[in-house]
Design a protein around this ligand. Structure first.
Ligand SMILES: NC(=O)c1ccc[n+]([C@@H]2O[C@H](COP(=O)([O-])OP(=O)(O)OC[C@H]3O[C@@H](n4cnc5c(N)ncnc54)[C@H](OP(=O)(O)O)[C@@H]3O)[C@@H](O)[C@H]2O)c1
Length: 333
């Protein structure tokens, strides 16, 4: 089968279309004929070797973390799916490789695809959808009427997050530039802060929650807008020791995390708030809930560009440039 692979880590390492053996399925796996994949910043971070602390891979490595497609074969112990089912998913982290014609994926990591979406639209959802669901439902337990700031509302995560927060009944402030204004408005954002001209930390106060997709200075300033007891979930900031313990990283890595996250730990104490780092997990169960939200019309996919598989290199460059409005999708079939 054709696949987009790398032979080593590095920013300049080329993405190459190679011929790879067909994946073999285990007893709980399904073999999927992939129709579309979508890109996420984690793809170029993996390519550049920036995720080595948390994820280790062998070469040649097939890249890609999101897919939609059709089941062609199921393992002996799979009951939930059958050949012909249209599915979507984010495979577990040691079994990535969606930029390919086929993938063998654990049945627990997928769901039937939303009936009202094309394959390209469906492939844009799993990673950003699960990330947001885990931030808002599992961690923040976001309540109706609460105020949340969503950073980078026009990005892949942000466009999904605004819609889910609105569906959950929250008041949503978001940061976007002029280029993203109309998009975040159409997603339902209540308050839009132009991050190129305005300082969100001077404009917002008494917030219940922040969903941070930026890290760095934006994360540190976010502590200032929270009310006491407020919470930040970051997917781009420093993982802290609490994350290390929950993720069973072992005491050496957990100690390193405790040291490198000292700033956020100090800010938590100073502002009487709570900081969580989230590294999203695959979940077919949660994906099925997201599928229902989509079929009921509460959430719509937002696609910026679609590239054919052979132009994946260009698609990576486009996403890495940082201005995507919604998701970048790769058409495979
Ligand atoms: N830990 C996890 O499990 C996890 C899961 C998902 C994502 N992430 C991380 O979350 C981050 C965001 O992912 P994504 O898919 O949303 O990325 P993305 O789609 O590439 O985000 C691009 C968007 O960010 C906006 N943006 C850039 N700088 C901004 C700023 N300072 N303030 C407000 N908006 C800004 C851009 O708007 P303009 O063009 O208008 O500037 C653009 O629309 C990435 O670092 C990714 O790795 C982590």
């Amino acid at each position: 089968m054709k696949a987009i692979t790398i032979d080593s880590y590095g920013k300049q390492v080329p993405l190459v279309m190679t011929e790879q053996p067909m994946p073999e399925i285990g007893e709980h796996d399904v073999l999927v004929d992939i129709h579309a994949a979508s890109l996420n910043p984690i793809d170029f971070k993996i390519k550049e070797g920036k995720m080595k602390f948390l994820l280790s891979y062998k070469f040649p490595l097939i890249l890609g973390n999101d897919f939609s497609g059709v089941v062609v074969k199921v393992g002996e112990r799979v009951n939930a799916y059958k050949p012909g089912d249209e599915v979507f998913g984010r495979p577990r982290k040691n079994r990535i490789g969606t930029l390919a014609e086929f993938i063998a994926v654990h049945e627990d990591d997928i769901s039937l695809k939303p009936r009202n979406l094309s394959f390209e639209e469906a492939a844009s959802i799993p990673l950003v959808g699960l990330t947001t669901y885990q931030a808002f439902v599992d961690i923040l337990k976001l309540q109706k009427g609460q105020k949340i700031l969503i950073h980078a509302g026009s990005g892949g995560v942000g466009t999904f997050a605004i819609q889910l927060a609105k569906w959950m009944g929250a008041f949503v402030a978001t940061t976007a530039s002029d280029k993203g204004y109309d998009l975040v408005k159409s997603m339902g954002a209540d308050l839009i802060i132009n991050y190129k001209k305005e300082n969100f930390e001077d404009m917002l106060t008494g917030y219940d929650a922040v969903f941070d997709t930026l890290g760095g200075a934006a994360l540190e300033k976010s502590f200032r807008i929270l009310k006491p007891g407020g919470q930040i979930v970051s997917v781009s900031g420093m993982p802290n020791a609490r994350f290390g313990k929950e993720a069973n990283l072992g005491w050496i890595k957990t100690t390193i995390l405790s040291i490198i996250s000292h700033k956020t730990t100090a800010l938590e104490k100073k502002t009487n708030t709570r900081y969580h780092f989230l590294f999203m997990k695959p979940s077919g169960v949660q994906l099925n809930i997201i599928k229902e939200y989509i079929e009921e019309g509460h959430i719509k996919p937002v696609i910026d560009k679609v590239y054919p598989l052979e132009d994946t290199g260009q698609a990576f460059q486009y996403l890495e440039a940082g201005g995507a409005k919604g998701k970048v999708v790769i058409r495979i079939k």
